[in-house]
Design a protein around this ligand. Structure first.
Ligand SMILES: [Zn+2]
Length: 363
């Protein structure tokens, strides 16, 4: 049964595997391509250092090979939320030409290496100058002109998990984030937001190195709600649902936020994070009942956002992108297990249809 559900969702490649194992006749694929069919709406390309001529063409080819193997029809790629001075600092303009060779397989968001950098630089400011506002607006407009389907990856709170991986923190209702919400609303595009939630002040857990992470993490939930309320036409995709780091992003909190904030969406990352109690899958890879109820009650508000890092095979070294890229095959495999464990209708929405609608991809 679990194989049939997966076969329905992702079609040909897996059906072939099913048939050879079970010897049963293949169910008809229900996605129009008749072939592969899930979408990862949050992925990253690792091309290398900006000063060494990064290789995004190689990363795109590697992504395609992985996608074909995993039954992944499309990816929405974006630069991670970066800060000034990172050696591999890049934004979507670095990889857009490589992506455009495969317009049916990729879409992209922009701003992780530009808008987010400006935001983090202005973190301490409670007001913004006209000059900064103009520069931010022009950058956002240029990103959309290049074909981005939204802005990302942007962050208001990003924990550092290793050397070279930045700690970033700004008020979620910072004037530049409110401005970005207005721009996104005006163009009807999404904002992909990385936001490590702190429901109340807490000491940083022992596994978080300090510095760069501060010893005390300040509550940031109220400011996030102000961002969500600021412009209800701004669709905000809260990245890494189900892969909570600090233990505060519970199913109950997701439910309350989805009820209260109709412009909030979530992308699901299939790693247990540091708070496995808030992860959808049990160790046996069944869906926890409270998660299934949440997904069934808000079937249009979730997409898959694997946070896969796909590196160019020509890259050598040990930066965070390369370290994360080693986890991508396991992420794809866990994502398939997750989709397979869902009722087929819900799997088709979360695995495919919601992303088509939210990111306005051509079906
Ligand atoms: Zn992220």
């Amino acid at each position: 049964m679990r194989h049939v559900a997966l076969g329905l969702l992702i079609g040909g490649m897996v059906l072939a595997g099913c048939a050879s194992v079970g010897g049963e006749s293949a169910p008809q694929p229900t996605v129009r391509s008749g072939g592969i069919g899930w979408i990862d709406a949050h992925a990253h390309l690792v091309g290398g250092r900006a000063d060494q001529g990064p290789d995004y063409w190689g990363a795109v080819e590697a992504a395609l090979a992985a996608m074909d193997q995993a039954g992944l029809r499309r990816m929405v790629v974006m630069a991670p939320p970066q800060v000034h001075g990172q050696p591999a600092l890049h934004d979507s303009d670095g990889f857009v030409s490589a992506l455009k060779r495969h317009p049916t397989r990729f879409a992209f968001l922009g701003g992780g290496g530009s808008l987010n950098v400006m935001l983090q630089e202005a973190a301490q400011d409670t007001t913004i100058s006209d000059r900064l506002r103009r520069r931010f607006e022009e950058t956002a407009a240029e990103i959309l002109r290049q074909g981005a389907v939204g802005f990302g990856e942007i962050t208001a709170h990003h924990l550092s998990h290793m050397a070279g991986h930045p700690y970033e923190s700004v008020a979620a209702d910072h004037p530049l984030l409110l401005l970005l919400a207005d721009i996104a609303a005006r163009h009807d595009v999404v904002i992909d937001l990385h936001f490590d939630l702190v429901a109340q002040d807490m000491n940083a857990p022992e596994w978080l190195a300090s510095p760069p992470n501060p010893p005390l993490l300040r509550a940031n939930l109220a400011a996030f709600e102000r961002l969500l309320e600021h412009n209800r036409n701004a669709k905000i995709v809260w990245a890494h649902a189900g892969s909570d780091m600090l233990g505060h992003w519970t199913v109950d909190l997701s439910r309350a936020f989805l009820e209260k904030h109709p412009n909030l969406f979530m992308s699901l990352r299939m790693g247990p994070g540091r708070a496995p109690q808030n992860h959808p899958l049990t160790p046996a890879r069944t869906i926890k009942p409270e998660w299934l109820r949440l997904l069934q009650d808000f079937p249009d508000r979730f997409v898959i956002g694997g946070d896969q890092f796909i590196a160019s095979p020509s890259l050598r070294g040990a930066g965070p992108g390369l370290v994360f890229s080693q986890r991508a095959p396991a992420t794809r495999e866990r994502t398939r297990a997750f989709l397979d464990a869902l009722p087929p209708d819900l799997a088709r929405k979360i695995g495919y249809g919601n992303a088509i609608r939210l990111y306005k991809l051509k079906d």
